[in-house]
Structure formats: structure tokens, C-alpha cells
Design a protein around this ligand. Structure first.
Ligand SMILES: Cc1cc2nc3c(=O)[nH]c(=O)nc-3n(C[C@H](O)[C@H](O)[C@H](O)COP(=O)(O)O)c2cc1C
Length: 156
């Protein structure tokens, strides 16, 4: 399967998760390309204007993995805006993923995955279950490995 991983990451944590997922999927012999979205200006909070500088062409991919940090109990505005801008996603599968500061997915992570999944589905994609990795008070490294395992299993 041809897989595109598209990630917004301000401080590198979600990018590290994306790189781990990339490695895992390559081991399963999938063709995988990772795209790190660049924005201008590099905003530090939601509700600020930004422009996505690099817009990866998703045409070659059967499956998109889209991820970003949880911001203000919601999905990254960057990845959400990117997803909404993609237009017709009929025939494509989308798996959302996120990292977050708080220890419980209930504090924005689950909502963020839902928002990304909904945005993809609104453009005609089939949304598959994703993964969220919390940080504070948790073994982030272990949870990151588990999330990559879970996503590899969903991809098959
Ligand atoms: C503006 C802003 C808002 C945030 N809001 C939340 C939040 O609501 N819940 C949460 O768990 N973490 C929140 N965080 C923390 C990030 O989700 C967390 O540090 C994430 O792992 C960073 O990912 P990155 O390194 O890929 O940017 C917020 C961070 C920023 C900068």
C-alpha cells in the first residue's frame, strides 16, 4: 500500500511519533513518505492566522496518516485546516494520530482524533481508528511504541 504520513509538529513530539510509525510501516514493506507541514508564521496558539507553506500532493497515496499535537483540547488547527483543504478523498483511507501534554486522552486527545476523522470523512475518506499518545505522568516512550504498534495493526 502507498502511504503518506502528514504531520504538523511544533516542538517535535508528534514528528517523532510519525517517524516511528514510518519506520514500523516500512518494515512491513509498505511504500511510505513522511511530510512535515511547514507554516508561516510558526504560530504558538490556536486562532492565529497562518499559511501552510508546503502542501504535499496526496494523489499517489491509498492511505493517509494525519497527525498533530492537541491544542486547547482540540486537534491542531494546522492539520485540521490542511485536511479540510484536500477536497475529494473518495477511495482513500485516513488514520488520525496525535500527541498531547496531559496524561489522559479524555483531555482533548479523543476529541482531536474525532475532529480529524470527521474532517476526512466530510471529504469522502474512510476513517480508520487512530491513536493518541499522552505525556505528563505517563511513560510517553512506551505509549509511543504501543501507538505505532496499534497503527501498524490497523494498516495490516
Ligand atoms: C497552544 C498549545 C495548546 C495546547 N493545548 C493542549 C491541550 O489542550 N491538551 C493537552 O494535553 N496538551 C496541550 N498542549 C501540549 C501539546 O499537545 C503537547 O506538548 C504535544 O505533544 C506537542 O506536540 P509537538 O511537539 O508535535 O508540537 C498544548 C500545546 C500548545 C503549544
Amino acid at each position: 500500500m502507498r502511504i503518506g504520513i502528514i504531520v504538523h509538529s511544533k516542538t517535535g513530539r508528534t514528528l517523532a511519533l510519525a517517524q516511528l510509525i514510518e519506520k514500523r510501516l516500512k518494515k512491513l514493506n509498505h511504500g511510505v513518505s513522511l511530510h512535515h507541514l511547514t507554516i508561516d508564521p510558526d504560530i504558538e496558539a490556536p486562532n492565529k492566522p497562518f499559511r501552510i507553506v508546503n502542501r504535499p500532493d496526496i494523489a499517489p497515496y491509498d492511505l493517509l496518516l494525519v497527525g498533530g499535537p492537541v491544542w486547547a483540547f482540540s486537534a491542531s488547527p494546522v492539520i485540521l485546516s490542511y485536511l479540510k483543504s484536500l477536497g475529494d478523498l473518495k477511495g482513500k483511507k485516513v488514520i488520525p494520530f496525535a500527541t498531547m501534554g496531559f496524561p489522559c486522552a479524555c483531555l482533548g486527545g479523543t476529541r482531536a482524533l474525532g475532529q480529524m476523522g470527521k474532517a476526512a470523512a466530510a471529504n469522502g475518506a474512510t476513517t480508520l481508528p487512530g491513536a493518541v499518545v499522552p505525556t505528563m505522568l505517563r511513560d510517553h516512550e512506551r505509549l509511543k511504541q504501543e501507538a505505532a504498534d496499534k497503527i501498524a495493526e490497523v494498516v495490516g
